[in-house]
Design a protein. Structure first.
Length: 613
């Protein structure tokens, strides 16, 4: 595969709006000039991940990551730079010459890391299991089962469902390919006996490929075709280098596109619920690996949407799982949660197949609030014919109502409880007030009502955390001015013996020098493509995000240059003199101590003279 020329790279970058790409992974909200969202690279409660549409860059003020659209995908999906360029072109339907998109070297790039090799093994297993299901007698019973569940060939193909037969095929399949034995042991696709031999983990199971949010198969969930009391109904892959069940959400890679169009994320209990809903035209369904949501899964959902509808099975375990999910979202995000209770004891899969997507979406449209669900859920725990239980239920109900941040909504629920049980509203309100005050003291309501932190505050906080010394601070401001104003660039270049003191600033300066031999105007997103080192990418983003006055003055530039060329050498000399003074004190050389003290005082005076910037 031919190397992608710089002009082609810039052509792709310039035709893409970084907002269109990033917003597929992060829910962005306009705040001032930039858009903000929760960072996809680390967990946070307050959005500090910024995207500048004007500059075509992203920058997280907390973790420091930043760059252009290529860098975003490189960081998020662990891609090489050429792979990121091709991915951006593909996402935005930009045609690339075939010589840049095909060839043997791509496969070599994909096998560079253990993670890439494991993904490749899983993709090959998907192909085998799917072939067995669709094209062999061994797979016929499994195919009939899926058809009986209402799945079409198109849906089976879309989700690449498969079958692992009783005749263990996977091990000989990979042995024939001469796949590395150590890699197979690490894949999670095999179990190991006491002798160290491996054998197929999945047997007589309908296979559901589990993809990460980038659409890569990282694990499987296998459902028993025939009930076996000694085997679990569902068997999941163990955790591996590429699979952590606490972080994966089934179908998120596909559902994300619909969720971006303002469809609510519909959290369902099982894979078949998601697949049936998708086949019926409901494309925003996702499911966790098990019924308990993790903090990471809640965070990943909150990055891409502000509204979630939970629809689990109507049985007791399903209802308890809904309660846990409500608590997870309440404790870890500001996502608006609603609950769909499927009637007549049906699970979502059965309801969609029997009554259609339109009726299910009507349920979604009239979904209840978490408080409604919790109050109904609690009622089932009490005997409401008993006055003692009624009293206990009302006390618990008030605890739930007190968590609601809106006074109007709280008042409506108090009215509802008062009317239902014939209790005076004044009495209920008097008991509610201390509960609300207790919640406020714990900052539960206060946090929910807090407005987003203004970008200016975030910037100031981020800049205070850089820990630049005076010289580095002057270098950063000077380089910012030089990049944005070519007259200043030329002026500083004309200063004899000028160089940045810090190695990273000097390297960035030299890279920018090469950039300006090819481009007349500064564009931070374009310059970012010239930089391969992460530390320099981060430094460039930090420099570009400095909040400086619009216009610079000659005295400002002279001050920066003075600090870099005069104060920095003074600081180094002071360090050396103080070291020498310590040595003179240690050996008792009084005359040298006097001389060094005089020199240190003179250098300190010279240093103070440069502190006025």
């Amino acid at each position: 595969m031919a190397m992608i020329p710089e002009e082609v790279i810039e052509q792709v970058r310039s035709q893409v709006n970084i907002v269109d790409v990033v917003s597929q992974y992060v829910q962005l909200t306009q705040s001032g000039k930039n858009l903000f969202g929760l960072c996809p690279f680390h967990e946070e409660r307050t959005p500090s991940f910024s995207v500048s549409e004007d500059k075509q860059i992203f920058h997280c003020f907390s973790c420091g990551r930043g760059g252009n659209v290529f860098k975003f995908l490189m960081e998020l999906e662990n891609l090489t730079f050429p792979e990121a360029v091709r991915k951006v072109a593909e996402l935005q339907n930009i045609p690339l010459d075939e010589k840049y998109t095909s060839g043997g070297s791509q496969q070599a790039q994909q096998t560079n890391s253990l993670a890439s090799q494991l993904i490749q093994v899983h993709e090959q297993a998907v192909t085998l299991y799917h072939h067995v299901l669709m094209n062999t007698k061994l797979g016929q019973p499994a195919l009939e089962y899926l058809k009986k569940r209402g799945l079409t060939d198109e849906t089976i193909e879309k989700y690449q469902l498969g079958f692992a037969p009783g005749q263990r095929l996977l091990k000989p399949f990979f042995e024939e390919k001469k796949t590395d034995f150590k890699l197979l042991r690490k894949s999670g696709l095999f179990s190991e006996n006491d002798s160290g031999d491996i054998y197929d983990r999945f047997v007589d199971r309908v296979m559901f490929p589990i993809r990460n949010e980038n659409g890569k198969t990282v694990a499987f969930s296998g459902r028993l075709l025939v009930k076996d009391p000694e085997s679990p109904k569902y068997l999941n892959s163990p955790e591996t280098e590429i699979f952590n069940k606490r972080k994966v959400l089934f179908n998120l890679d596909s559902a994300r596109l619909s969720i971006r169009k303002n469809d609510p994320a519909i959290l369902l209990e099982g894979f078949m619920d998601v697949i049936s809903a998708d086949q019926a035209g409901i494309h925003s369904g996702i499911a966790s690996m098990g019924t308990s949501l993790t903090d990471q899964q809640v965070y990943d959902i909150s990055r891409i949407t502000s509204q979630v509808v939970i629809s689990y099975d109507g049985d007791t375990p399903g209802q308890k799982a809904i309660k846990r999910a409500i608590d997870s979202f309440a404790n870890n995000s500001k996502v608006a949660v609603k609950i769909v209770t499927v009637p007549d004891g049906l699970d979502p899969d059965e309801f969609v197949r029997q009554r259609g997507a339109d009726q299910f979406m009507e349920l979604v449209k009239h979904a209840s609030s978490p408080i409604d669900f919790e109050l109904q859920f609690m009622k089932k725990q009490y005997n409401l014919e008993s006055e003692v239980d009624v009293s206990n239920y009302i006390s618990e109900a008030l605890s739930v109502i007190a968590k609601e941040p809106s006074p109007i909504t709280r008042d409506l629920y108090v009215n509802k409880v008062a009317t239902e049980f014939g209790v005076g509203k004044e009495l209920l309100t008097s008991r509610l007030v201390p509960l609300i005050q207790s919640n406020q003291r714990q900052s539960q309501v206060a946090v929910a009502d807090q407005p987003p932190v203004p970008p200016a505050v975030i910037r100031q906080s981020a800049q205070s955390e850089r820990h630049w010394n005076v010289v580095q601070f002057a270098e950063a401001r000077l380089l910012n001015r030089m990049l944005h104003n070519h007259d200043i660039w030329l002026m500083v270049q004309g200063i004899e013996n000028f160089a940045f003191v810090d190695e990273d600033f000097q390297m960035l300066y030299l890279l920018a020098e090469g950039y300006f031999t090819k481009f007349d105007e500064y564009n931070v997103a374009t310059l970012s493509s010239f930089i391969t080192e992460n530390s320099l990418q981060t430094l460039l983003m930090d420099i570009d995000s400095l909040d400086l006055a619009v216009e610079s003055t000659e005295s400002e530039i002279n001050d920066y240059v003075n600090v870099i060329m005069n104060r920095a050498p003074v600081v180094d000399q002071l360090k050396q003199k103080r070291q020498s003074l310590q040595e003179a004190v240690a050996i008792g050389d009084v005359q040298k101590q006097r001389q060094l003290t005089i020199e240190i005082v003179q250098l300190e005076q010279k240093k103070q003279a440069g502190k006025h910037i």
